[in-house]
Design a protein around this ligand. Structure first.
Ligand code: DGY
Length: 321
């Protein structure tokens, strides 16, 4: 029997994903689930043909340059690739693949949850009830904002942005978007394209972020951008934390310039900006956009598909580099 190729899997993954990996490969893993430092990654990657990593491990130029040449692909269990120095991977001849299709539905559902939760002041309601401080029904209690008829601004009308637009349409929201490129009419489905971010901001009663973290998008939602939103707008972020400037968002939530925010991702997570904890109008989740068994299985299978393809001499199914 031919010997199996070896892959390093950096974190614990769903049982069905690990079962398929173990069926097809000699799997190297750690006994428990934690974020591996580069020294351990290098030690465990010796003799490996591929690495299946997560967004928690930073593959910077230093680490990538020291990976054995034998490692042919870095298959990340994520759509985001901001934890990987893609230029260094290109230079090192290391292929990179991600999992775009697998994350779409769950992330769009969580974006809708954040939209609804922020607009309907869900965190405050839950807190009032659980802290036993609910005085009973009152006509003016925790009044939120109805989404129906409001304008939803989507920054980045890729797969997730489109899935959010589809769901928001059924809430009778009017969809606007800004993307690097205008998408085709059959995917736009009547959404209004704005060729500048400023144009989008001006019409966004709710702004939902679906752009990748890049030097161009970093802190694009800062004080100046918030000033362009309608008074009392709502901000939703399921993309990456560093798209927003935390200090500016926190100041706007405090002053009421932003009525509320629904945030699933944070710069420097899990150590999020201290200012968020005290804000009642911040509906916060711990990076749960893809936390469904369906998404996590599909992400794992897509990562393995990428590895299978490259180790068989083909292109990754979802190539990034
Ligand atoms: C991704 O796929 O990049 C998500 O953030 C993982 O939850």
């Amino acid at each position: 029997m031919p010997t199996k190729k070896r892959i390093l899997i950096t974190r614990h993954l769903p049982p069905d994903v690990l079962a398929r990996a173990a069926r097809d490969y000699d799997v190297v893993q750690s006994g428990s689930d934690y974020v591996m430092e580069s020294g351990e990654i290098l030690a465990k990657a010796s003799g490996a043909d591929a690495i299946l990593c997560c967004l928690s491990e930073k593959f910077d130029a230093g680490l990538i340059s020291r990976l054995p040449d034998r490692v042919k692909i870095l298959a990340t269990f994520s759509v985001g690739t901001d934890h990987i120095d893609l230029d260094a991977a290109r230079e090192h001849g290391l292929r990179v693949g991600n999992t775009p299709d697998a994350v779409t539905i769950s992330t769009a559902e969580v974006a809708m949850l954040l939209l609804l939760g922020a607009a309907h002041r869900v965190s405050e309601g839950v807190h009032m009830l659980r802290s036993r401080s609910w005085p009973g029904w009152e006509a003016m209690q925790l009044l939120g904002m109805r989404l129906s008829g409001k304008r939803l601004g989507i920054l980045g009308l890729g797969q997730i942005g489109q899935a959010v637009a589809k769901r928001a349409r059924s809430f009778d929201m009017e969809i606007h978007y800004h993307s690097r490129n205008r998408v085709s009419q059959d995917r736009e489905l009547g959404a209004v394209f704005h060729d500048t971010l400023d144009g989008l901001l001006g019409v966004s009663d709710v702004l939902s972020l679906h752009a990748p973290s890049t030097p161009q998008t970093k802190y694009c939602i800062n004080r100046a951008a918030i000033e362009k939103l309608p008074q009392g707008a709502i901000l939703v972020n399921t993309a990456r934390g560093d798209l927003v400037a935390d200090e500016d968002v926190i100041a706007a939530l405090k002053s009421g310039r932003l009525a509320a925010a629904g945030l699933d991702v944070f710069e420097g997570e899990p150590k999020i900006h201290e200012g968020y904890y005290a804000l009642e109008n911040a509906f916060l989740l711990p990076h749960m956009g893809t936390s469904t068994i369906e998404a996590r299985n599909e992400m794992g299978f897509a990562a393995l598909d990428n590895i299978d393809a490259v180790l068989a001499g083909r292109e990754p199914v979802y190539p990034v580099v």
